[in-house]
Ligand binder design. Structure first.
Ligand code: AMP
Ligand code: ZN
Length: 476
C-alpha cells in the first residue's frame, strides 16, 4: 500500500510501526457553526482510508478531535449571550448528525480540547523545562521556534525565508516575543472569556498544543498517520511537530496525509460573498450519500470543484449502483416462493466462470486504493462491476450467482462508505390496507394480529395513533 507522505513529498510504501496496527489522528473541526462541505472532505476521505485499512486486517485506532475553545466560538457565544460551552456542545451534536448522514464511522475517541487542559499544561511545562518555551511577563507562553532544529521539515520552508518573507509572523504585535517566529502555547484570558488556572496566568491554550496533547494521550508519543486538510500543513501541523518532537524526543507521525481543498464554482468557499454551503444545505437537496460519492469521485490530493452539474453527475453515478442492487434484490425476491431446487441455489458452470471473472474488479479496486487511495479509480472499478453484473444477470440466473455479484458490489461500496442497498419504502396504499386489516382484527378481538400489524408498520418507520377521529399515522 502506497501513501503520499507530505514529509517526503513522495509516495512511500506503508509500513505501520507495529505489525497489524494503525494509529491515526485527524484534525477535526472548530465547532462554532454547522460544518460546511469543505469540512466534510477530510472526514469522508480519512474515514475511507480507515475503512480500507480495516479491510486489510489492520486494527485501526482512529482519533479525531473537536476544537471547542477558540476565538470564533467565544465571539458567537457573546453574540448569543450564552457560555461558549453552549455553542460548542450544540455544534458538536450537529456535527455528529452530519457525520452519521455521511456514513462516517464514529472515531475510536473524539476528544474535546476543553477536557484535555491538564495534559496541555503538562506538555507546556516540559517544553519550558527543556528550554523550548518561555513565559513572557504577562504570562503568555511561547514556543521558541528556532530551538527546534527541524522546524519547516513538513512544509518544506526555511526558517530564514519565513522570517524575511512571511509578514503575518511579524505583525502579530506580540512585542514580548523573543523572536517573531515564536508561537503561542498559552495565552492570558480577556474579559468575559473562558479560562483555566495555570502556573503562568489565568488563560487558555493556543490552538496547536491541543492536537499534540490529544494525540499523545490517546495514541502515544509516536503514531502512524496524522492527517487533515492542506491548509493545516503550515503552521498548524508544522507547529504540532515542533511541540511533540521537542517534548517527547520521538518522531511524532510517520506519514502525513493532506487533502486538497473543495471549492465552489472554482472559487474559494467564503461565507461573506455567499459562496458557501453547509452539509445541511446540501442534505436538503440531495441524499448525503451523493455528497459522499461526489467527494470520493476525485483523488483526495486533487482540488475538487463543487457545482450543480457535477453534483447531478454524482447523483447519476450513485443511482446507477443503487438501481443495479435494487434490480438484483427484485430478482432474488421474485423467485423466493419457488421451491429451492438445485438450479436456483447452485451456479451453472458458466455462472461459476463469470463469478470468477468478476473477481478482477475487486483486484482493480484494491490496486486503485493501494495507490495512495485513488478513490476515483476505485469507483470506476465498482462501475465496471455494475456493468458486468447488469449484462450477465438475467431472470434465469441462479440465486447463488445473483447473490455473489450483489455481495461483491455491496462490499466494494461499503469500503467507500456508500450505502447502496436501500430499504424498500412502504407505499401509502399498503399502509392504509394494513391499518384496515388491523381494525378488522380488533373488531374480531384478534389482538395478537392487531399488535403484529402495529409492529410491522413500526419496523417500516410508520407510527400509528388511535384518536377519537380514528387511526392516524405518520412516518417517523
Ligand atoms: P476547521 O474547522 O477550519 O479547523 O477545519 C476542519 C477541517 O476541514 C480541517 O482538516 C481543514 O483543513 C478542513 N477544511 C476546511 N475547509 C476546507 C475546504 N474548503 N476543503 C477541504 N478541506 C477543508
Ligand atoms: Zn490539529
Amino acid at each position: 500500500m502506497k501513501i503520499f507522505n507530505t514529509l517526503s513529498k513522495t509516495k512511500e510504501e506503508f509500513e505501520p510501526r507495529e505489525a497489524g496496527k494503525v494509529s491515526m489522528y485527524v484534525c477535526g473541526p472548530t465547532v462554532y457553526n454547522l460544518i460546511h462541505i469543505g469540512n466534510a472532505r477530510p472526514m469522508v476521505v480519512f474515514d475511507t482510508v480507515r475503512r480500507y485499512m480495516e479491510y486489510k486486517g489492520y486494527q485501526v485506532n482512529y482519533v479525531t478531535n473537536f476544537t471547542d475553545v477558540d476565538d470564533k466560538i467565544i465571539k458567537k457565544a457573546k453574540e448569543e449571550g450564552v457560555e461558549s460551552s453552549v455553542i460548542a456542545e450544540r455544534y458538536i451534536e450537529e456535527c455528529r448528525k452530519d457525520m452519521k448522514a455521511l456514513n462516517v464511522k464514529p472515531a475510536t475517541v473524539h476528544p474535546k480540547a476543553t477536557e484535555e487542559i491538564g495534559g496541555m499544561l503538562d506538555m507546556i511545562h516540559t517544553l519550558i523545562e527543556k528550554g523550548h518555551a518561555y513565559a513572557a511577563p504577562d504570562g503568555t507562553v511561547y514556543f521558541k521556534t528556532r530551538s527546534f532544529k527541524e522546524y519547516g521539515k513538513l512544509s518544506h520552508k526555511n526558517l530564514d525565508d519565513l522570517q524575511g518573507g512571511n509578514r503575518s509572523l511579524l505583525v502579530s504585535g506580540e512585542d514580548q516575543k523573543e523572536d517573531p517566529l515564536d508561537f503561542v502555547l498559552w495565552k492570558p484570558k480577556k474579559e468575559g472569556e473562558p479560562y483555566w488556572e495555570s502556573p503562568w496566568c489565568k488563560g487558555r491554550p493556543g490552538w496547536h498544543i491541543e492536537c499534540s496533547v490529544m494525540s499523545k494521550k490517546y495514541l502515544g508519543d509516536e503514531i502512524d498517520i496524522h492527517a487533515g486538510g492542506e491548509d493545516l500543513i503550515f503552521p498548524h501541523h508544522e507547529n504540532e511537530i515542533a511541540q511533540s518532537e521537542a517534548a517527547n524526543d520521538k518522531v511524532f507521525a510517520k506519514y502525513w496525509m493532506h487533502n486538497a481543498f473543495l471549492n465552489i464554482d472554482n472559487r474559494k468557499m467564503s461565507k461573506s460573498d455567499g459562496n458557501f454551503f453547509t452539509v445541511r444545505d446540501i442534505g436538503e437537496k440531495y441524499d448525503l450519500q451523493v455528497l459522499r460519492f461526489f467527494i470520493l469521485s476525485a483523488h483526495y490530493r486533487s482540488p475538487l470543484n463543487f457545482s450543480a452539474d457535477l453534483m447531478k453527475a454524482a447523483e447519476n453515478g450513485y443511482d446507477r449502483i443503487v438501481t443495479s442492487v435494487a434490480n438484483l434484490n427484485y430478482l432474488l425476491q421474485t423467485n423466493e416462493s419457488d421451491a429451492p431446487d438445485s438450479s436456483e441455489t447452485q451456479m451453472t458452470q458458466q455462472e461459476t466462470a463469470a463469478a470468477e471473472e468478476a473477481k478482477r474488479f475487486v483486484v482493480k479496486f484494491e490496486e486503485a486504493m493501494e495507490d495512495d487511495f485513488n478513490t476515483a479509480d476505485a469507483i470506476s472499478a465498482i462501475f465496471e462491476l455494475v456493468k458486468f453484473t447488469n449484462t450477465n444477470v438475467t431472470e434465469q440466473s441462479s440465486k447463488a450467482f445473483i447473490k455473489t455479484l450483489k455481495d461483491e458490489i455491496l462490499m466494494l461500496s461499503d469500503l467507500c462508505g456508500l450505502i447502496v442497498e436501500k430499504e424498500a419504502e412502504i407505499l401509502d396504499d399498503e399502509v392504509e390496507a394494513l391499518i384496515l386489516e388491523r381494525q378488522e382484527a380488533r373488531k374480531e378481538k384478534n389482538f395478537a394480529r392487531a399488535d403484529e400489524i402495529r409492529g410491522l408498520l413500526l419496523e417500516q418507520g410508520i407510527i400509528l395513533e388511535d384518536t377519537r377521529e380514528g387511526v392516524k399515522w405518520k412516518r417517523a
